[in-house]
Design a protein around this ligand. Structure first.
Ligand SMILES: *[C@@H]1O[C@H](CO)[C@@H](O)[C@H](O)[C@H]1NC(C)=O
Ligand SMILES: *[C@@H]1O[C@H](CO)[C@@H](O)[C@H](O)[C@H]1NC(C)=O
Ligand SMILES: *[C@@H]1O[C@H](CO)[C@@H](O)[C@H](O)[C@H]1NC(C)=O
Length: 290
């Protein structure tokens, strides 16, 4: 209860700390160069705020609380060293509609890039699970981030990674009590020195090469593990929403292009065949002038 009360009474302070305070991935190591090319750093004018991960050329998944107290401007991607990474502007962000605050769950947000990320050997997407993930207790997964090394230090510029174990949901529930939001996965931060800390928010929990969770919160901002399990948003519960946002974006682009040449009411039916239909439409217009 303590954590939740604190959050309700001093929400601004606590969330601020949860977004930008804290330290690095705990007990981890520098991420190998040829790994995790899907990791992005979400940045405001003052630099790194949160982690995130590329799921398509134009969309990044992160935690909703990452924009609670920071104006995110751009992402950096394509390199584990943030000084070397390419900057891409953010076009818009899209929090899960019923997100309210980090303590209440639904801590997930999509970030639309203003231009396509160049997919190559240094920049890749990570697959999402197809449906409910079947995670097993003690299964080993990993989490990475650019968080600060200590509360009053600067963030690291080189990505760090640590392996974490999945914690049985009933055990996690017991440790967190009523403070545990719905639709979460618990891993690390408990019975071990390994886990994440605040600067790592938004990064993925990766199991078997899939992003299954999003770094959300730990209790009382405590990174001196072992403590209570770290909490990740369970991505498998948000797949329909993610796919809808991506599809709508595709569609809004199509209507924009069609509006450019005139009205086309059938547009709703052709999301998947944009170019074919666009071509047909142009030829129909050519057949029926005026
Ligand atoms: C998981 O690890 C804990 C601690 O080492 C152990 O007590 C527990 O039995 C393990 N559970 C499974 C299913 O292996
Ligand atoms: C967007 O449309 C293209 C074809 O125009 C299609 O290949 C792609 O799968 C679509 N993406 C989504 C997320 O619907
Ligand atoms: C949207 O349209 C522009 C130009 O018409 C194109 O360059 C861009 O790739 C399109 N984006 C998507 C997601 O289809």
């Amino acid at each position: 209860m303590h954590g939740l009360n604190k959050l309700l009474l001093f929400g601004v302070l606590v969330c601020f700390a949860q977004t930008v305070g804290g330290s690095e991935i705990i007990d981890g190591e520098k991420a190998p160069e040829d790994s995790m090319q899907y990791m992005v750093s979400l940045q405001s004018n003052s630099g790194h705020e949160c982690g995130g991960f590329l799921i398509s050329e134009e969309f990044v998944v992160t935690a909703a609380h990452c924009s609670d107290h920071a104006a995110l401007q751009h992402v950096r991607l394509g390199h584990h060293d943030l000084k070397e990474a390419k900057s891409v502007s953010i076009e818009y962000t899209c929090k899960f509609p019923s997100y309210w605050s980090v303590g209440h769950g639904n801590d997930i947000m999509l970030v639309k890039l203003a231009e396509r990320a160049p997919l190559n050997s240094k920049t890749k997407t990570i697959p999402l699970p197809n449906s409910a993930t079947n995670l097993k207790e003690n299964q080993t997964c990993s989490v990475a981030g650019w968080g600060k090394t200590e509360t009053h230090r600067y963030g690291v510029t080189e990505l760090r990674v640590v392996s974490v174990s999945i914690i049985d949901p009933p055990i996690c529930q017991e440790m967190w009590g009523n403070d545990l939001p719905r639709n979460v996965i618990c891993a690390g931060g408990f019975g071990t020195k390994k886990g994440f800390c605040q600067g790592d928010s938004g990064g993925p929990l990766v199991c078997n090469g899939e992003a299954v969770g999003v770094v959300s919160s730990n209790k009382h901002d405590n990174c001196d593990y072992p403590d209570v399990p770290n909490v990740y948003t369970d991505l498998s519960k948000y797949l329909p929403w993610i796919h809808n946002v991506l599809r709508e974006n595709n569609f809004s682009n199509l209507t924009k292009r069609l509006q450019h040449v005139g009205n086309f009411p059938e547009a709703t039916m052709v999301q998947k065949q944009e170019d074919v239909v666009f071509k047909n439409y142009k030829s129909r217009r050519a057949e029926a002038p005026g």
